[in-house]
Design a protein. Structure first.
Length: 230
């Protein structure tokens, strides 16, 4: 393989990995992406996806915001590191992720520091800080809406990598890569959200000490003799 061909393949790998880093969050279980659209304009990729996860919005939201202790590695093995950083000057949360992956014989690690803006449990916006990341520009938005017993997630990403890409690495090429590669990670997001929802439900069913005490007809706790004495 010529040097030029190797260079093109390396850059194709970087583009696929850069989008896959975010697009792991936009497919649906069971491995069915309801819609995925990728466009490219002036060097900037725009991704829009519609997905469904069979878990409640609060649990999906909780999984997507769990960065500590490399927790994103539970979603996909491409995530080698994830953690919360000290907050921004105005108190906004900052998160760090590092992804690593290969296409054929070419591998790359990419860093991203993002500022989070959230509305629990229905909106997550992540804005990349270019000076601390391998991206010139990257902003993602996730809108979570109840749908039946699960969650509809509308995902949007605008991203410009900090490296040149050959012309053949366009939207059609990247869409094929993402349609083929996100199944396992998506299943993990759903499974983690279902487990989180089950644990929260179990914890809410555990009676507290006050739950075990009898109440008066008016719903107030009865006064004990000792309490009366005081």
């Amino acid at each position: 393989m010529s040097h030029r061909a190797r260079t093109y393949m390396r850059r194709a790998a970087l583009a696929a990995l850069a989008l896959a880093d975010s697009a792991y969050l936009c497919a649906a279980q069971p491995a069915a992406i309801r819609s995925l659209d990728i466009t490219l304009e002036d060097g900037r990729y725009h991704v829009v996806a519609d997905t469904y996860l069979a878990a409640p919005p609060a649990a999906v939201y909780g999984v997507l915001l769990d960065y500590d202790d490399d927790a994103y590695g539970r979603i996909s093995e491409v995530y080698k590191e994830s953690e919360y950083l000290p907050p921004d000057k105005d108190g906004a949360p900052l998160v760090f992720t590092r992804v690593e992956g290969c296409l054929l014989f070419f591998c790359r690690s990419m860093r991203r520091v993002e500022r989070l803006e959230t509305v629990e449990p229905k909106f997550i916006r992540a804005t990349t800080l270019p000076e601390r990341s391998d991206f010139k520009y990257s902003v993602s938005r996730m809108m979570l809406e109840p749908e039946g017993a699960g969650t509809k997630v509308i995902y949007e990403l605008d991203m410009e990598p900090d490296f040149w890409l050959p012309p053949f690495v366009g939207p059609a090429f990247l869409k094929r890569v993402l349609m083929h590669g996100g199944t396992h990670a998506v299943e993990r997001i759903e499974a983690l959200a279902q487990d989180l929802a089950a644990r929260r439900a179990s914890e809410s069913d555990v009676p507290t000490a006050s739950d075990a005490l009898p109440t008066t007809a008016g719903g107030e706790l009865p006064t004990t003799a000792a309490a009366k004495a005081h």
